[in-house]
Write a protein that binds this ligand. Structure first.
Ligand code: TMP
Length: 209
């Protein structure tokens, strides 16, 4: 049984700890799963990530940025995600195409319809079965990030990150059946429990088909 689950959210929303917790839970139950992260999780993707997150002296125009994220994604879908789904694994992906709509669309203000077309080309139309949005107010998210060197996106203005958050709300409202919106200010354990309830009910549904 395959299932494609993505996690989305702003800076400091706790995605990495929640994706790891879900992965551990599935593994404990002997359910085959993989955990990957965007951008990255392929050799090419890791090279692009270094540029996208950490380039300091290299100027990256918004359209170039959009295409680099989708280049990384195209490689990841072909090399990792589709083969894993074909092998009946659960794929947990920390960020996916919705990040591009939120950050490059709402954040950088690139036309959303253009982004959707490029995302579609990169993914070959592959959509997640479930997308978990870990929602946190911008200031609260950044307050969790103290002491770490900020990357290119963390250096963006508060207004940029507020547009990203608004973008996520819009995406979740447009497709409520795909999105699970979780208040990321709750305790880690409570968030884990909410996500597990949703994932286990999807697994049961699939098993009964
Ligand atoms: P992260 O490793 O903390 O998730 O950082 C990835 C950064 O890249 C994050 O600030 C969001 C940004 N990003 C985009 O702007 N567009 C995208 O399509 C993706 C996948 C990430």
């Amino acid at each position: 049984m395959s299932l494609f689950i993505t996690f989305e959210g702003g800076e400091g929303s706790g995605k990495s700890s929640q994706t790891r917790a879900l992965y551990r839970q599935l593994t404990r139950l002997d359910i085959p799963a993989i955990l990957i992260h965007e951008p990255g999780s392929t050799v090419l993707g890791e090279k692009l990530t270094r540029l996208l997150k950490w380039a300091q002296s290299t100027n990256i125009a918004p359209t170039t940025e959009l295409m680099l994220f989708d280049a990384s994604r195209a490689q990841l879908v072909q090399e990792v995600i589709r083969p894993a789904l074909k092998a009946h694994k659960i794929v947990i992906c920390d960020r996916y195409a919705d990040s591009t709509v939120a950050y490059q669309g709402y954040g950088r203000k690139i036309d959303i319809d253009t982004i959707l077309k490029i995302n579609d080309l990169a993914t070959g139309g592959l959509k997640p079965d479930l997308t978990v949005l870990l929602d946190i107010p911008v200031e609260a998210g950044f307050a969790r990030k103290t002491g770490q060197e900020p990357d290119r996106f963390e250096k963006e203005s508060k207004a940029f990150h507020q547009r990203v958050r608004k973008g996520y709300f819009q995406l979740a409202a447009d497709e409520p059946q795909r999105w699970l919106v979780v208040n990321a200010s709750l305790s880690k354990e409570k968030i884990q429990q909410i996500i597990w309830e949703k994932v286990s009910s999807l697994l049961t549904e699939r098993a009964e088909r």
